[in-house]
Write a protein that binds this ligand. Sequence first.
Ligand SMILES: [Zn+2]
Length: 356
Amino acid sequence: MRSMFNWLKKLNPYRHRAFVRELLALRAQRGPYRFAVREWRGISDMELARRVLEVESFRSEVQPLPLPVEKLKSILVLAPHQDDESIGPGGSLLLASKAGVKIHVLYITDGAQTKTDQPANVRFVRAQEAERACAQLGAQVHNLGISNLAPKPSLDDVDRLSNIILETKPDIVMAPWLLDWPSKHRLVNHLLWLAHKRSGIGDFEVWGYQVHNTPFVNGYVDITTVAEEKRRLLECYQSQNRFCRYDHIAMGLAAWNAHLFESTPDPRYFEVFCALPGAEFFQLVADCYFDDLSKTYRGDLSVIGGLEAAHQAVMRESSRGKNRHKVRQSEEHSTVRHYLWRRPERITYDPSDIKG
Ligand SMILES: [Zn+2]
């Protein structure tokens, strides 16, 4: 027993986790599936994923096209957190910046975190890291400052987002791809929709960028010539790379994206996007996100509850015809038809369902 105790003491936290996984793997050998479910509430967006997959815009015949990132006038990147703009479209922004495109980055949340291994002043640290990354990008920084721990966007926040779009006049708004899994990444698309609904903004394309999973790729940017610069950009975010090597992961994603294209003798790196005209993007958000928010936000009660006031206010305005613009008839219809604010149901399960 004593030797077992001494042996355990030698384990560092990472070894501990690996050990727990090995135990779970042993247990899984006796069950039908070789995995352990960590959080059941999170596995709730299968239906949403299926519906987005079935949308006509993303048929399997789609041939991704190069996106004219160097020919634009102005890009506005909506980044949920201080690093998403670099992990996702960082290489494209470097290319655009070199070509003289005006770049704006709007950070939606304040970047607060409760991870115990983070410095106490994490918001300040992340803001500084973002300033450094944006300096490399030649980008102007904007902040919405919504709490990352308990996001509760107000109508003022929605209007500030509209105003930044009106002021910066982007040809392209970049936002996390619709099905990127973190709830605060999906929140960004929701906020953009609310801004559109309330103020009529939407005269731009929306390019959904890749952070945590692959989008339906209909556009790409070959970032091979700036791959090393992108790596350095990602190194600005030491506070985040400490616990997850996003610098490593993002370069891996960009390398993996090369499988979509003809192979060449030299390694190549690509950033991929789901690029849609504004009107289609807003239609897709209305059709896919609002049916059941507990599924869209994968049971994240803080985001669902936090969004409710602003969303309901915009919908009430809309039903009274008070919006400052006239929404397209079809969109209004689909929103009313699909819109239901269901309280997220707690998903329960019987552990005996998992044999083992
Ligand atoms: Zn993020």
